[in-house]
Structure formats: structure tokens, C-alpha cells
Design a protein around this ligand. Structure first.
Ligand code: BGC
Length: 799
């Protein structure tokens, strides 16, 4: 993997070193924490300015007034682009780079120096509440999309904070859980996307995750923050915490953590000063962290353009282009594109109030939110709208359905807008199932019963089960399409744009088919990643499990033929060359996917893995040559016993495919790699059986040591890492929660979108918060002594 972005922090090092020499110990410690919720500190007397950081990732959530990290208080209006779950389906790095440039421009106008994103965690389970903010189940695609976005943003002189580093694949107990992962899966699946983006796009900063990895919090994980990130990958930027992720501040500095966000009061800065004074922290280690912070602040100062103004109209247009390139046409029984003179029924509240982004810290206040009804009106389409369900009620409402049926009966075709409401998936908690609300399904079924020309427009942030699929004659997946998703969808429905999005995650037939099902979300202490490297299609293909829609799948209004796949060695690389032809009657784009497999591998491996892709635009009848370079890593696996990537000597198959289950051409190549090693491999990983059930003893062999306890022994004292959910049954705990709820209610009182769903969401989010987060929740007014006092009374009460 080549380092392509040379604009690293190193260029500020000389100046930073001079400034460092002038700083007192207190100033140094102080510089390593924020000054408030969204700003770092500066060193005024030395002319080092503070910098503002802001969420992210698919738009700007700059809070000019009251601050929070839960998406509660208002932020300045900004363009809301589609979320990562959506944009990943474009498989279009050039487009993501342009989206990044636009995000960078919005940061410039708002004087924001670092955008908190992209989110690069892997979709291990469809249930993860934050999947909408992540790209894919595949690390190669994740890394490529993240790099492109980062390069775009940073090209404007604005930094990024790739997050959440690492292995943060669930919201349940996200601030305390230990992700128990074997080294090979960690490297091949959970770190690989971060690695690609660090090497290809040098993000200014990285945000460490809340969770622990194999028993150590990311915020103080030296192997992760120094060993892997800096020494192996060459990361030169600064590491900041996720909001409130610090557990032991001094240990964090020692491990390679630079900036604590947000400001949590004076205790942690003081702890650093004391540790240096009493010899528990080497001042040179502190200096290294401070140096990185000064470099960041100098880069931020350099990048500022206070008079810059972005073109909001252009950004809206781009948001539409991104959404249109990312929609995935999943089913089309001669139904789409629609003729513009047909009489339509448009059903479902989402047609008026779309779900277009996710809930939580990434929630943007959109500049210009579209909805399908308005878009159709503007285009003079003849349609009648009926809401069909209400967003506040999951149960079918007879009156609403009746009205919808009468509208559907009169129409030539019906567009049914259904999906997941905010209360179903959000940052802060995971889903319990993969179903749509009953009210949405009832609407579709009743509409399809009276009009078979039924098109489903699906709004959701992650895969859903579709027992209702046969009721849809066509199905267009919009995911969360951002502020211009409605006009993008309309363009596709009427054939102005030919759909070309491809799924960046598999859609299993049912939740139980997912390889993490038996081990998600784990116990209250750990979650075991027993499926190891078999995530998403890596599992479904190996265990030959039927899926509803495979990874990489998507339909077009035209057809493509693949021909003449050849492989040639070019130095370090293998070049895959092929021809792709548009064999239909309309222009379109094909996503050519390249998967690699090894024949007779001595270690267990997936059947195939994505290692390259290209988007090819073709007019009817046009044919183009496509070349995709595969580097050494494309053929390598992570050999734990060697602590290195290894290409085994032997024969490999390279496939050109239209999805992980639609292999069009294959070619073989022999590589001179290493001789096969002899590694102990449990049989259960060599030939997979569905449903996947890996015994603890087999996983322990991969893990290489004894598995830690998954649940807390009952009766053990609570700690600062116990969650509010856990202490809810104690009197002190429940009083505390009540007080916090009141505080939240007063905050949400001011929110436009505040509703029942939002309240439910906050309640669940709060249950996942550890006691130590009280300092952040109180915005630094509650110190560690007070929190310890609360903890002591809870423990006294429960003993
Ligand atoms: C989220 C981060 C976010 C931060 C600031 C945290 O709760 O996990 O993704 O950047 O808040 O809002």
C-alpha cells in the first residue's frame, strides 16, 4: 500500500519544537485537553491558536449555542450528504473525494479545522445501531472509500478524525465492553480499513474508540496507538479521544493518546502534571504528545480561510449526485423506469417526512431538505398521496390504511415509502431485530393486494429482513439519502438516471443467519468475535448460506458483458485486465469487482475476498478495457505466528464479478510466496457449518490465551465503568437517572424533532453510559471526587 498523501504533519515539526521549548509543564498538560465541548486550547502567549472540531461525518454539525454529542441541540445549517452506509454503495472513490472537498469547504466557511469522521468501523452485525454511519462489512471497500473522503476534505486545508479506532462494532455497552478478537481477524478485518486510509490519505487525526480491545481501553492501548498505528503504519497525526473515552489519563499519554475531548474539568490535566513531577510519566513522552498537538494547531491555523463562502446550491446538487450514484435497485420485474404520464399513488409518511440521516452525534441540520411529494409536484407528476402510517406508531392504523388503499386502487402504479424510523436504529443502542415496523409492512401488503404495480422505496441505515419482498414488483434501496435523496430517487424511478449502486453489505435472509448472531452483543464485560475473519460474505459464501441479496449486488436498466480476463505480473503487482461491454439500450455504469481466492491454502481462508473494483461508464453498445492493479496485500493473510503479512507460494484465482455471488470470469496465477507454515487450526474454522456455532475451546486456540470472563460476577462492587443501566435498580442509581432524564428533557424541549421516538432513544442511550461519563454529561462540572462519592453510595446501598 503506497503512501499517496504527502501533506503530513511533519512539515510543522521544526516550528513546533521551538514553541514546545517555551512552554511550562502546566501549559503542556493543558494543551492535551479541550477548552470546551468542541474546541481545543491554544497557547495564547505564544501565538498558538485554538482550533474547532465538529461532527461529521456526512455534513457539519457545528453547534454555535448549547453543546452536546447526542444530536440534541441545534447546529448551524449545513448540507446533509447521504450517510456512509449509502455512499459506500457508489463504489465511486472519485465521487467521494468530491464530496470530501465540499465538506472541507463547509468547514472553511464555519471556521472548523477538523471534521470528526469518517466512521471506518466494520459492520459485524446488521444490528449495530450505528451501521448507518459506517461503510461496509468489507475492509477493502471501507479503506478505499474512507481514503477518498479524507483526501477530499484535507485537500481544502481542513483535517479529519477517522473513527472509532478500533473494534467498536456495537453500541451495546460501547463505552465499557471489551471486544475479544483474535489477532488475525483484528488485522485482516477490523484494522485493515484504518490502515489503508492512514497509508493513503494521512488523516490529521484519529479518534480512539470508547471500548476495550482484548482487555485494554483503546484510549490507553499502547499496542494500538503506538505499536500498530505509529510504528507499523507510520501515522504522524494526533490521536484524540471519543467524547468521554478517557479512563486513566496518564496511562493514555503513555500509550500514545494526545488530545482528550471534550474538556472534562481540571482533574486530568492535573494528573498529568503530578505524574511528571513525581516521576511516573517521563516528560519526554508528554513532549511527544504536545508536539503532535502543536503541529495539529499549526496546520489548523494554516488552513483557515475566514472569508471563504461555499456555494450551497452546488453542494445540494452534489448531494443529489452522490445519492443517485448510491441507490441500489434490488428488484425490478419490468416495473421501472416509470413513464412520466402515469397516475401514481404515493404512500407512506416517509414520502413527506423522509428518514434521510441517522440519529445521534452525526445529526445535521440540513440546508434544504427535499421530500418525494414536493419533488413529484415540481415535476408535474400526476399523483395522490396518503400517509398510510404514522411515524409515532408502529402498529397499523386502520383508518390510514383504508385511505391508502382507496388511493392505490385508482392509480396505475404505487410507490410505497417504508423503512426504519429513528427510534429503530440510532447511535447509542443496537437494534433488537431486523424487522420493519408492522405498520409499514401492513401498508405495503394492503396496497399490493389492490394494485400489483407496487414499487417499494426503502429508507433504512442497515440491512433489514424482507418477508414482504414478494409484494413488491420493484424495490429501490435509498438507505439514508441525505437532504437531496428524494430528487435522486425520482431521477431513478423515472429513468433520468440509470441506477448503478451496489450493496456494500450482504442482506441475510434472516438475522439468525448472520455469523455473529450467537455472540452479539456479548455479556456485560466482553463480546467474543468467535466468527473471526468470517464477517459478511466471507461467511455466507464459505458456509454456502443463502442470502436475500449478496454483497456487491445491484441491478441496472441495462446489461453488461464481461470478456477477456487476463492476469500479468507487473513488478510487485498483478494486473487484471478485462473488457466490459454495455449490451443493453441505455447508458449506464457497471461496478466491476475483483475477488481473490487461493487454491489449496494451508490456512483457513474465505472463498473469495474483494481486492479491487472499478466503476465503468458505458453508452449502449460501448466496450471499454478495464485494468485493476492488485498489490501484494491482495494475496496475503496475516500470519499471527510471524506477526506479519504473508503471501503463500501457490496458485491463486482472480475473479471479475458483478457481485460476490455473480462471478463472470476467472483466471489463475501462480505466485512465488513463502512455503506453507504449520499452524494449529481448529476444524470448525476450516469448513464452516451453518448456523455458525464456534465452541469456546476452538476460539481460544485462535485467540491464543484463556478467554476472559464475559459477565460480571453478581454481588461484585460496581465500578466507574458500570453502566447506568446496571445501577438503575439501586436507589441512588435510579435517583441519578431520574435527574439526568430531567436534564435531557429540558435539552430536548428545544429540539424541533423531539418526539416519543427521541425520548425512547435517549433512554436507551443513557442505559449504555458508564458512571465515569457523568463528568462529560455535566460538561466538566462534576469532578472525579464527586463521581467516586456517588459510586461509593451505590456500593454501600447494594452490599
Ligand atoms: C461519538 C463520536 C462523536 C463524538 C462527538 C461521540 O459520542 O461516538 O462519533 O464524534 O461523540 O459528538
Amino acid at each position: 500500500m503506497e503512501r499517496t498523501n504527502k501533506q503530513t504533519m511533519k512539515r510543522y515539526e521544526e516550528e513546533a519544537k521551538k514553541l514546545l521549548k517555551e512552554m511550562t509543564l502546566e501549559e503542556k498538560a493543558g494543551l492535551l485537553s479541550g477548552s470546551n465541548f468542541w474546541e481545543t486550547k491554544g497557547v495564547e502567549r505564544l501565538g498558538v491558536e485554538k482550533a474547532m472540531v465538529t461532527d461529521g461525518p456526512h455534513g457539519l454539525r457545528k453547534q454555535a449555542g448549547s453543546s452536546d454529542h447526542l444530536g440534541i441541540n441545534k447546529s448551524v445549517p449545513a448540507t446533509c450528504f447521504p450517510t456512509a452506509a449509502t455512499t459506500a454503495c457508489s463504489f465511486d472513490t472519485e465521487l467521494l473525494e468530491r464530496m470530501g472537498e465540499a465538506l472541507g469547504e463547509e468547514c472553511l466557511q464555519e471556521n472548523v479545522s477538523v471534521l470528526l469522521g469518517p466512521g471506518v468501523n466494520i459492520k459485524r452485525s446488521p444490528l449495530c445501531g450505528r451501521n448507518f454511519e459506517y461503510f461496509s462489512e468489507d475492509p477493502y471497500l471501507t479503506g478505499e472509500m474512507a481514503s477518498a473522503l479524507i483526501n477530499g476534505i484535507q485537500s481544502k486545508g481542513v483535517g479529519t478524525s477517522m473513527k472509532h479506532f478500533a473494534a467498536n462494532n456495537q453500541e451495546a455497552r460501547r463505552m465499557v465492553i471489551s471486544s475479544v478478537i483474535d489477532e488475525r481477524a483484528l488485522r485482516e478485518i477490523y484494522l485493515a480499513g484504518f490502515e489503508t486510509a492512514v497509508k493513503k490519505s494521512s488523516p490529521w487525526t484519529l479518534m480512539c474508540s470508547y471500548n476495550q480491545i482484548n482487555g485494554e481501553f483503546s484510549s490507553q492501548n499502547k499496542k494500538l496507538l503506538t505499536g500498530i498505528l505509529r510504528e507499523e503504519w507510520g501515522f504522524e497525526g494526533a490521536v484524540m479521544t471519543d467524547w468521554g473515552a478517557v479512563v486513566d489519563r496518564v496511562k493514555g499519554v503513555e500509550a500514545g493518546l494526545d488530545l482528550e475531548m471534550p474538556y472534562s474539568g481540571p482533574d486530568n490535566d492535573q494528573a498529568i502534571v503530578t505524574a511528571v513531577q513525581n516521576g511516573n510519566l517521563d516528560e519526554a513522552v508528554l513532549d511527544t504528545a504536545v508536539l503532535r498537538m502543536i503541529c495539529l494547531l499549526l496546520a489548523a491555523k494554516d488552513g483557515k480561510k475566514p472569508d471563504f463562502r461555499y456555494d450551497a446550491k452546488e453542494h445540494h446538487k452534489l448531494a443529489k449526485e452522490v445519492a443517485a450514484a448510491s441507490c441500489v435497485l434490488l428488484k425490478n420485474n419490468d416495473m421501472l423506469p416509470l413513464e412520466k404520464n402515469k397516475k401514481l399513488a404515493v404512500l407512506g409518511e416517509f414520502a413527506k417526512n423522509p428518514r434521510y440521516q441517522g440519529a445521534g452525534s452525526s445529526r445535521i441540520n440540513p440546508l434544504q431538505l427535499e421530500n418525494l411529494c414536493d419533488v413529484l409536484k415540481e415535476r408535474n407528476i400526476d399523483f395522490t398521496y396518503a400517509p398510510g402510517y404514522s411515524l409515532e406508531n408502529d402498529n397499523a392504523e386502520e383508518e390510514k390504511i383504508k385511505e391508502a388503499i382507496s388511493v392505490a386502487k385508482e392509480a396505475d402504479a404505487v410507490i410505497v415509502c417504508i423503512g426504519l424510523p429513528d427510534s429503530y436504529e440510532s447511535e447509542g443502542f443496537d437494534r433488537d431485530h431486523m424487522h420493519l415496523p408492522e405498520s409499514h409492512i401492513a401498508l405495503l401488503k394492503e396496497a399490493a393486494a389492490v394494485n400489483s404495480n407496487t414499487i417499494v422505496l426503502l429508507f433504512c441505515g442497515s440491512a433489514v429482513e424482507m418477508p414482504w419482498l414478494s409484494d413488491a414488483k420493484a424495490l429501490l434501496l435509498l438507505y439514508l439519502g441525505g437532504e437531496a435523496g428524494a430528487s435522486a430517487a425520482a431521477d431513478i424511478l423515472f429513468g433520468d438516471v440509470n441506477p448503478c449502486g451496489r450493496l456494500a453489505e450482504s442482506f441475510p435472509c434472516k438475522l439468525e443467519d448472520n455469523p455473529s448472531f450467537a455472540n452479539f452483543p456479548g455479556g456485560d464485560l466482553t463480546v467474543e468475535y468467535r466468527e473471526s475473519i468470517y464477517v459478511g460474505y466471507r461467511y455466507y459464501d464459505k458456509a454456502e448460506v443463502d442470502v436475500l441479496f449478496p454483497f456487491g449486488y445491484g441491478l441496472s436498466y441495462t446489461t453488461f458483458a464481461y470478456d477477456k480476463l487476463t492476469l500479468t505480473k507487473e513488478g510487485e503487482y498483478v494486473k487484471a485486465s478485462l473488457c466490459v461491454k454495455n449490451t443493453g439500450s441505455v447508458a449506464g455504469a457497471e461496478i466491476v469487482q475483483v475477488y481473490v481466492s487461493q487454491k489449496n491454502s494451508s490456512v483457513f481462508k474465505p472463498v473469495r475476498e474483494l481486492k479491487g473494483f472499478a466503476k465503468v461508464h458505458l453508452n449502449p453498445g460501448e466496450e471499454k478495457a478495464v485494468e485493476i492493479l492488485l498489490d501484494k496485500r491482495a494475496f496475503a493473510y496475516y500470519a499471527t505466528e510471524k506477526s506479519d503479512w504473508v503471501v503463500e507460494k501457490g496458485e491463486y484465482t482472480v475473479a471479475a464479478a458483478a457481485s460476490s455471488r455473480d462471478i463472470r470470469l476467472t483466471a489463475d496465477i501462480t505466485l512465488e510466496g513463502c512455503e506453507s507454515g504449520s499452524v494449529v487450526q481448529p476444524m470448525s474454522y476450516c469448513s464452516l457449518k451453518a448456523p455458525l456455532s464456534i465452541e469456546a475451546k476452538d476460539f481460544e486456540i485462535l485467540y491464543g490465551r484463556e478467554l476472559p470472563a464475559a459477565t460480571r460476577v453478581s454481588g461484585e462492587p460496581f465500578t466507574i465503568n458500570s453502566t447506568l443501566g446496571e445501577i438503575a435498580k439501586t436507589q441512588v442509581g435510579s435517583a441519578l437517572i431520574m435527574q439526568m432524564k430531567q436534564q435531557m428533557a429540558s435539552m430536548t424541549g428545544g429540539v424541533e424533532n423531539s418526539d416519543d421516538g427521541m425520548e425512547r432513544m435517549f433512554e436507551r442511550m443513557m442505559g449504555e453510559m458508564p458512571i465515569r461519563s457523568l463528568s462529560m454529561f455535566s460538561q466538566g462540572t462534576m469532578g472525579s471526587a464527586q463521581i467516586q462519592g456517588i459510586l461509593d453510595s451505590i456500593n454501600q446501598e447494594s452490599c
